[in-house]
Ligand binder design. Structure first.
Ligand code: PHE
Length: 456
């Protein structure tokens, strides 16, 4: 057997927190959260989302980190070790393998959206948007999507840069990038919110996000809330587990989790507080869907003095957020390949290439394949490749993966082992978290799936 290199760890607590927050904070917080909240009517949805985040997603996040730190290896091998330790005959590594494949799929659509973000950043840098007519803004989005080469160029560039970071060792690649980009991102975001508070209809935006509006709770809304909560914390496909495996033993897992989750939620809410006031002061409709940041928002920038600067800061922020998540998506399968003796560089090139090829399907979903529904024969009418990948991962793979991780920690491992590995001194807090993993998470996720299946 060849000698195994020691599994790396991050050099500091703050490094771990910033990198993991960087993985969590991404397109999901800004592009995803604002369009899903906008589409579902704001306040009521936000409340449901926050509740699922705190009650279900946050405990699972801690469970996934813990599995990573206890396994200290790539995700399938780490889980395999823990399976042996738990004396279980179930295939623990399976959800990790599914997660590795899912990571590449997520990166494939992520890079397309992020690619458009980067392209828009350049447009703003050239002075774009300021003074544009609405026809121009709409045409920019439409032209961009309909010429497959342009989006493919930007998504290739994005994947290439992510690959370059991931091919470095963990400390000089992931850790250094997160340490720089996250603080800059937070600063830019606070600046944008300040701008919205001074110059836009802040109270309308605030009321839309936090005011209670009637909502009818449908299974679909609940699924979207759970899917969004899992997606935003990056849980269910092993990305968090891998970062957990790099977490030093001196890091207090529950406290660090609290910081990371707080940052993630704050970024989503602050993004809402920056974007919705701008939309309302320009009388725009928040319920437009995924085009919110690419059409509606640029329309607002077009009408404002200093719009180009604002647009540049906004798209740069979004690009940074997407980038720190993309490197975590790529790092998870890369770690597994590295364990198999392949260099990080080769693994990053290979996985980047696969993900780029898949991204062609997403790109075409916005143009010539926009009416092509590959799984229509299964009854999934009206869903393009992009919809299938995004909703399939968000609404099915992430919750099921999260469920598997909760069951492993709640039922598979020994209670004393879990408690010692956390470690958590406060008995009551531990008991609540543990009970949530054992009962609430499984019941809630199963109930959701059953109603979704019966309800269709
Ligand atoms: N959490 C990231 C976001 O909100 C997306 C992501 C999901 C990243 C899963 C890694 C793994 O955009």
């Amino acid at each position: 057997m060849k000698e195994q290199k020691a599994h790396p760890t991050f050099s500091s607590r703050i490094g771990f927190i910033l990198v993991t927050a960087g993985a969590a904070v991404g397109l999901g917080n800004v592009w995803g959260f604002t369009y899903v909240a906008g589409k579902n009517g704001g306040g009521g949805f936000v409340l449901v989302y926050l509740l699922t985040l705190v009650l279900i997603a946050a405990p699972v996040f801690m469970a996934e980190l813990l599995l990573g730190r206890m396994g200290r290896a790539s995700t399938p091998s780490g889980l395999k070790k823990l399976q042996v330790r738990a004396g279980s005959r179930l295939p623990w590594a399976l959800p990790a393998w599914v997660g590795l494949v899912a990571s590449v799929f997520v990166l494939s659509f992520y890079s397309v959206i992020a690619g458009q973000v980067v392209a828009y950043g350049f447009e703003a840098l050239k002075g774009g948007f300021a003074g544009w007519t609405s026809a121009q803004v709409i045409a920019l989005d439409a032209d961009f999507k309909s010429s497959p080469l342009q989006p493919l160029f930007w998504s290739a560039l994005f994947i290439f840069l992510a690959g370059a970071v991931v091919s470095l060792d963990v400390r000089s690649g992931l850790e250094r990038t997160g340490k720089w980009l996250m603080p800059i991102l937070l600063l830019m975001l606070v600046g944008l919110v300040g701008f919205a508070a001074l110059k836009a209809d802040f109270s309308a935006g605030f009321d839309f996000l936090f005011g209670f509006h009637d909502i009818t709770l449908s299974t679909h809304i609940l699924m979207e809330a759970v899917g969004q909560a899992f997606f935003t914390l990056s849980i269910g496909i092993g990305g968090i587990m891998l970062l957990g495996s790099y977490m030093g033993d001196n890091v207090h897992l529950p406290k660090a989790s609290a910081w990371i989750i707080l940052m993630d939620v704050s970024v989503a809410l602050l993004a809402g507080l920056a974007i919705f006031p701008l939309l309302f002061s320009a009388n725009m409709d928040p319920a437009v869907g995924p085009g919110l940041v690419f059409v509606t928002l640029p329309l607002v920038f077009a009408d404002m003095t200093g719009g180009a600067v604002l647009a540049f800061v906004f798209f740069l922020l979004l690009a940074f957020a997407a980038f720190t998540s993309a490197i975590s998506l790529l790092a998870t399968p890369v770690a597994r390949m590295e364990e198999g003796g392949i260099s990080r560089k080769k693994a990053a090139v290979f996985l980047g290439a696969v993900s780029f090829i898949l991204s062609i399907a997403t790109t075409l979903s916005f143009s010539s394949w926009s009416n092509y529904y590959p799984l229509a024969f299964l009854g999934l009418h009206g869903m393009t490749f992009f919809d299938l990948i995004r909703e399939g991962v968000n609404n099915i793979i992430l919750p099921l993966g999260g469920l598997a991780f909760a069951l492993m920690v709640g039922w598979g491992l020994k209670r004393e082992d879990v408690r010692a590995a956390l470690p958590i001194k406060n008995r009551a807090l531990f008991t609540i978290w543990y009970a949530v993993l054992r009962y609430l998470v499984p019941v809630a996720i199963t109930a959701l799936f059953v109603t979704a299946i019966i309800g269709e």
